[in-house]
Design a protein around this ligand. Structure first.
Ligand code: ATP
Length: 254
C-alpha cells in the first residue's frame, strides 16, 4: 500500500527553483534512497515533506490524506519523523531526556495532573521512561542514558537522533545523511540498524545519503534528483547503470 505520494511538487525561493516536478511514492515497509549532486534539492524535498516549507504547487498525500499546509509538529503527529544533516540534539540534556521529550508528544495527561504529578501523568511518565530506555538499549546507548548528549561521540549522537525520531512513533522515517562523518565500521553498523528498524517497527524509510555503498546495499528503490527534478528512478542496479545518472552524479564512482 502507498504510504506517501507526492505529485508534481515544486518549491522556489525567489528566482531559484529548488524543487520542481517532484513526483514519487513510498510503499509501506520500503526503504527508499534520495540521491543527487549538491544543491539538487534533496534537503528542500525533506523540508517540504515535513512542513518546514509549503510547496509552491503540487500535492503531498500521507496515509491517504493531504498534508500540505500542516505545521512540522502536526506532520510529526500524523506519523512522519526525521533527522537532520546537522545533528540537532539538546546538548545540555541527558541522552535519556532527549528521547523522553520526543515521547511526550503522545502524552494524554492534563496540566493539573502534571503539576500534581498524579493520575495519568504518573502512569504515562513511567511508560515514557520505560519506552525511552528500551529505545536507547536497541540503539546501544543504554549505558549512556545519564550522560549529556553533547558529550557523546559523533556516531552515537547520530544514533541518538534516530532513537529520538522513533520515539514519536512514526510510520515514515526520513534520514538526512545518516552516515555523514561515520567511519566504515560505524556505517556498516548503521546499515544493519536501519534494516532492523524497518523490520521491527514496520517502518518505511526515506534516506538522503552520499555514501553509495550504503544506498545500494539498503534501498529497494532510488530516486535521483538533479536541478530539483527527478532525473531517474529504479532499483539500485538500474540506477547504477543509467547513463544519465552516471553523467550527472555517479561519474567516476562506478
Ligand atoms: P546538499 O547535498 O548539498 O545538501 P541538496 O540536494 O540538499 O544539497 P538543497 O539544500 O535542497 O540541495 O538546495 C537546493 C537549491 O535550493 C540550492 O540551489 C540552494 O541554494 C537553494 N535553497 C535551498 N534552501 C534555500 C532557501 N531557504 N533560500 C534560498 N535558496 C535555497
Amino acid at each position: 500500500m502507498e504510504l506517501l505520494t507526492t505529485d508534481k511538487v515544486a518549491k522556489s525561493f525567489g528566482g531559484i527553483q529548488a524543487v520542481r516536478d517532484f513526483t514519487m511514492h513510498i510503499d509501506e515497509g520500503e526503504v527508499i534512497g534520495l540521491i543527487g549532486p549538491n544543491g539538487a534539492g534533496k534537503t528542500t524535498a525533506f523540508n517540504l515533506l515535513t512542513g518546514v516549507y509549503r510547496p509552491t504547487s503540487g500535492t503531498i498525500t500521507f496515509a491517504g490524506k493531504s498534508v500540505v499546509g500542516k505545521k512540522p509538529y502536526e506532520i510529526t503527529a500524523v506519523g512522519i519523523a526525521r533527522t537532520f544533516q546537522n545533528i540537532r540534539l539538546f546538548g545540555d540534556l541527558t541522552v535519556l531526556e532527549n528521547v523522553k521529550i520526543a515521547c511526550n508528544l503522545h502524552a494524554h495527561y492534563s496540566l493539573a495532573e502534571a503539576v500534581l504529578r498524579v493520575g495519568r501523568y504518573a502512569r504515562e511518565e513511567e511508560e515514557i521512561e520505560q519506552r525511552s530506555r528500551e529505545l536507547l538499549s536497541l540503539f546501544g546507548l543504554g549505558a549512556k542514558a545519564d550522560e549529556y548528549a553533547r558529550n557523546l561521540p559523533y556516531g552515537e549522537q547520530r544514533r541518538l537522533e534516530i532513537a529520538r525520531a522513533l520515539a514519536t512513533r512514526p510510520r515514515l522515517l526520513l534520514l538526512d545523511e545518516p552516515a555523514a562523518g561515520m567511519n566504515p565500521q560505524e556505517t556498516a553498523e548503521l546499515t544493519k540498524l536501519i534494516r532492523r528498524l524497518r523490520d521491527e517497527f514496520e517502518l518505511s524509510i526515506l534516506l538522503i545519503e552520499h555514501d553509495m555503498g550504503l544506498v545500494m546495499d539498503l534501498c529497494e528503490r532510488i530516486y535521483v534528483l538533479d536541478y530539483g527534478k527527478v532525473l531517474a528512478t529504479g532499483s539500485p542496479e538500474e540506477i547504477r547503470s543509467n547513463p544519465d545518472v552516471i553523467r550527472a552524479y555517479l561519474g567516476a564512482e562506478v
